[in-house]
Design a protein around this ligand. Structure first.
Ligand code: GLU
Length: 479
């Protein structure tokens, strides 16, 4: 029936790529790669109001960022470019008596539904324009008809869902759905079947919010004589509050995660694991996912988004990432924070020093700002920290400053210098380290003091210390 495994992701360009769509795309990708098949992208742009070139670009960008490589890069499918094809298939269905034009106005249909509700029935189209129900009926003038699919009246639609197992819906639950609107634009349920047929999609994997559409689509497949793909539905992603994930209870836009400083492979891994498991594996590569992935291992209950876990994974991937890559990712974030990247500090060195401590690129940038802030040296807070030892601490710093001039400026030698000063003055670490940190960096907490001073460079350290010590002395003298 199908010569090859083919999956597709078919987002509607609405201005962002939803996290749930990204997860579906990852699973579609994994199915295709697992079987050596193809993974295709289709843009469902029939909602003319929301679908813009920018909205489509957002999807392409998100796919690219997540490294979701699709196999029809040069041949993307846009539904709006296929209107003739839908028209043709709809006409074929009409010719075969499996679809018909319906001239009912909106008012008539509203009235019909009201009436049904009054009778306590479920509102459904009553088939008034089925050919046998309107024999001799004149075609109303001035009304552009829609085309409706003639859904079978009896029997049951059953499919073996790749995730949920067998699902059945009785045909009498379904009505004759509109497949083509008056303006010649197909409805979702029709376009998706024609597209999946033409694209020879063997596995339709999508969100569980589409389960109700599947029996309708299966009936259309049968009517047009197309082979049925495997359908698999994925439970939705919920927010940390247990409600369906939305803008209100979480971050839903894929590209916002990029802004928040997540690495694409971390989000990819996180989403892949959210709703699917391979034993106890939490961290795995794309290749491993492709090798291990089976639709039947997907969970049937909804997954709950967990920011802490995503942060943990991101931290793991940041630790693994090369310094060069991180530097490139952090640089624009520092510029946005107003850092002067030409201040002589070695960003490679900075990133190498702090990368294992941070969970996101934003945190990495915040951490790196220690080396870029030009806060004036301010000793005023030191008194509180050093209590009665301020005078002694000044002496210790002065000795440090004197000896610094002759010290080769690398981590080991700076460490040796600190030890020597402490020993000579017979004092403990805080008396030296606290004011060193504050006067040189402006912060009370820094990465290891020797590495930090190394990055600041001897000249800058000595200049800031000299300035800091004199200000501190003035302050003490004024007390
Ligand atoms: N455009 C639909 C959506 O984004 C596609 C659903 C499907 O995969 O059939 O939900």
């Amino acid at each position: 029936m199908f010569t090859k495994v083919r999956t597709r992701i078919a987002p509607s360009p609405t201005g962002m790529m939803h996290l749930g769509t990204a997860r579906t795309a990852i699973y579609c990708w994994a199915v295709a790669r697992h079987f050596g098949g193809e993974f295709l992208l289709r843009i469902e742009d029939t909602d003319q109001e929301r679908s813009t070139a920018e909205a489509t670009q957002v999807i392409l960008d998100a796919m690219k960022w997540l490294n979701l490589d699709y196999d029809n890069k040069d041949n993307l499918v846009y539904q709006m470019q296929r209107l003739d094809r839908y028209k043709q298939v709809a006409q074929d269905l009409i010719d075969k008596g499996l679809a018909y034009r319906c001239y009912a106005t909106k008012e008539e249909l509203d009235e019909m539904r009201e009436e049904q509700k009054r009778r306590g029935e479920k509102p459904r189209y009553d088939g008034r324009w089925r050919p046998e129900n309107c024999v001799g009926e004149p075609i109303p003038e001035g009304i552009t008809p829609v085309i409706r699919f003639r859904n079978p009246d009896d029997g049951v639609v059953t499919w073996n869902d790749g995730v949920y197992g067998p699902i059945s819906i009785a045909n009498h639950e379904l009505d004759d759905l509109v497949i083509m609107r008056g303006d010649g634009i197909p409805t979702y349920n029709f376009a998706v079947v024609v597209d999946d047929w033409d694209m020879q999609i063997s596995h339709v994997v999508r969100g569980a919010d589409h389960i109700n559409n599947t029996p309708r689509q299966i009936n259309i497949y049968k009517a047009i004589g197309a082979p049925l793909p495997t359908f698999a539905h994925l439970p939705l992603i919920h927010g940390e509050d247990g409600q369906k994930l939305s803008k209100r209870n979480g971050t839903v836009s894929v590209l916002l995660y990029e802004e928040l400083g997540f690495l694409p492979e971390a989000l990819f891994n996180y989403l892949a694991r959210l709703g699917w498991a391979h034993g106890n594996d939490e961290k795995f590569s794309r290749e491993q996912l492709a090798k291990w992935f089976k639709l039947e291992d997907c969970s049937r209950s909804s997954a709950r988004f967990n920011m802490d876990k995503l942060r943990w994974l991101n931290h793991e991937y940041i630790k693994e990432a090369t310094v060069e890559r991180l530097v490139n990712l952090v640089r624009p974030r520092l510029t946005r924070r107003g850092a002067d990247l030409n201040n002589g500090m070695d960003l490679n060195h900075i990133v190498a020093l702090i990368k294992d401590r941070e969970s996101t690129l934003e945190e990495l940038a915040d951490g790196a700002m220690l080396f870029y802030n030009n806060e004036p040296v301010d000793p005023s807070g030191l008194g509180a920290q050093l209590k009665a030892n301020e005078a002694k601490s000044v002496e210790v710093l002065e000795l440090f400053l004197r000896k610094a001039g002759d010290t080769p400026w690398d981590k080991e030698n700076i460490y040796g210098l600190i030890k020597a000063v402490l020993q000579e003055m017979n004092v403990k670490m805080p008396l030296l380290a606290i004011p060193l940190r504050v006067l040189v960096t402006g912060a009370e907490k820094t990465p290891s003091i020797d590495s930090t001073l190394e990055i600041f460079g001897k000249e800058r350290v000595m200049q800031r210390l000299a300035e800091g010590i004199s200000k501190w002395k003035e302050l003490l003298a004024g007390k």
